[in-house]
Design a protein around this ligand. Structure first.
Ligand code: GLC
Length: 467
């Protein structure tokens, strides 16, 4: 199966002027509609990149980083609106002209994407990948080039800019990440907050301490401090926390308020009372005024573990949740992208009647094999590889036989997704990365960050939070 996966991964390689620069999203010739699955997606390339790095083939990753960096330099417009300089594309495509024998590139920054969604995650993944490349090869020269330093600063300038915000989290429109359709994740979605945190920490080690770099380093340190406090305090939900929210009083004014966001206890959905185990917890989907989205999202929680946004206690509680709620979160195919599904009236209102995101399908409670690598990495980081082994066994019983689908449908992920592509590259690469991580856990270092002791709040003589 591993050999088959490697063969399929290599078949998905995309070349620009003879050099490999990425992998296409899906190699599915049977599917009548290609849409944009023949493009190189930044987020989809991450597991491919990790597989190549772990296999000692870093060149393709370097070429990808440089190619996307070039694309960042383009002038980006949607209708008459000019996008921020730092924006990274969701995807790009190489066009081969057989007559003139030339290659050219087109990129999509959201101006062609269904719904014109903004790929907020792309820039963060780019920084995370630059660090993975640097860590795995020991080659600092790429990250230290003026081009890479500038690319990072441009991404950071976009997400560290000051505005009207009252929170350190990053405000986003719906569909801004792997979930790139309307799914009620607008506001402060966990996936983006976790990637934001991780990208900031990666940038902190990659930025040079020159005049321009220093300015950003200072801003990053301040933001990380506020962001980790906010996330760990307000996004975290466990049995105790749920109990507290259940008892919340509302309409509290002034800084002494306990219920800071004025969440009305009646808005807590019924399912969460049953879902919450006595041991275990997770970062919820979203927190904003009078709104807590209690849904579970796998990517954000796994990235929170890998980046050490989660404290060691929180990381181990998330793993407890996986064990306690295995049927719900893993079922027959790892891993549920979100839980639970939204249905009926709520589905109509939240998704705008999206026929692709019906209950227990696609982004709405579907199961995505690509998430296996994130689960495996989180398992290894928390010292619980046996959980990953169990999940990999499940994937091995179906993935190859089913032709590496993009996603599965159904409450327990039993059915191949209604509109799932076959030979979906990140399903293939995700499996390979999971296998390699389990075989050689030392690979974890390229995609994981140790806890930063500086960020740990220590109570000193006074009761204020200090570092
Ligand atoms: C879908 C997914 C997105 C992915 C893309 C390419 O749009 O929602 O996360 O990047 O397909 O596979």
């Amino acid at each position: 199966m591993v050999a088959d996966a490697w063969e399929a991964l290599r078949r998905s390689l995309v070349y620009f002027r003879g050099q490999p620069v990425g992998t296409i999203a899906a190699y599915d010739h049977a599917s009548e509609e290609v849409l944009n699955y023949d493009q190189v997606f930044v987020r989809d390339f991450v597991p491919s990149a990790l597989a190549f790095l772990m296999n000692g083939e870093p060149d393709i990753v370097k070429h990808f980083l440089l190619k996307t960096l070039q694309l960042q330099g383009w002038e980006k417009r949607i209708d008459r609106f000019k996008l921020g300089e730092g924006a990274m594309p969701a995807s790009f495509k190489v066009l081969h002209d057989p007559v003139r024998k030339t290659d050219s590139v087109i990129a999509d920054f959201g101006e062609s994407a269904i719904g014109r969604v903004a790929p907020v995650d792309s820039g963060f993944w780019w920084i995370i990948l630059l660090r993975a490349y640097t860590k795995s090869t020991g080659d600092h020269s790429l990250a230290e080039t003026p081009e890479c330093q500038k690319g990072m600063r441009l991404i950071l300038a976009l997400c560290l800019s000051e505005g009207f915000d009252t929170f350190p989290t990053l405000l986003c429109a719906d569909g801004c990440s792997m979930i790139d359709r309307r799914m009620g994740i607008y506001g402060y979605p966990i996936e983006i907050q976790a990637l934001f945190f991780m990208a900031l920490r990666c940038a902190l080690v990659l930025l040079k301490h020159d005049a321009e770099g220093k300015e950003f380093i200072e801003r990053i340190v301040k933001r990380l401090h506020a962001l980790s406090y906010h996330m760990r305090s307000y996004f975290w939900l466990d049995f105790q926390q749920l109990n507290d929210i259940y008892q919340y009083k509302t309409e509290e004014y002034s800084h002494t308020a306990v219920n800071k966001f004025n969440v009305i206890p009646d808005s807590i959905p019924d399912w969460v009372f049953d879902f919450m185990p006595t041991h275990g917890g997770y970062f919820i989907g979203n927190v904003s005024p009078a709104r807590m989205d209690f849904r579970w999202f796998a990517l954000g929680n796994c990235v929170a573990i890998l980046s050490s946004l989660a404290t060691p206690e929180q990381a181990s509680a998330i793993m407890d949740l996986f064990e306690e709620r295995w049927e719900e979160l893993v079922g027959e195919m790892p891993l549920k992208i979100s839980y639970p599904a939204i249905e009926s009236h709520e589905w109509r209102i939240v998704t705008g009647c999206d026929p692709k995101n019906t209950r227990w399908s696609y982004h709405n409670g579907g199961s995505w094999p690509v998430l296996l690598w994130l689960l495996t990495a989180a398992c290894i980081k928390t010292g619980r590889p046996q959980i990953a082994r169990r999940a990999i066994d499940l994937a091995e019983s179906r993935l190859l036989k089913d032709g590496w689908p993009e996603y599965y449908d159904g409450k327990s992920g039993r059915y191949i997704g209604k509109q799932a592509r076959k030979y979906q590259t990140w399903s293939i690469a995700g499996y390979l990365v999971a296998k390699m991580l389990l075989e050689d856990p030392s690979h974890l270092g390229m995609i994981s960050l140790e806890e930063d002791k500086q960020m740990k709040p220590v109570i000193k003589r006074s009761s204020s939070w200090t570092c």
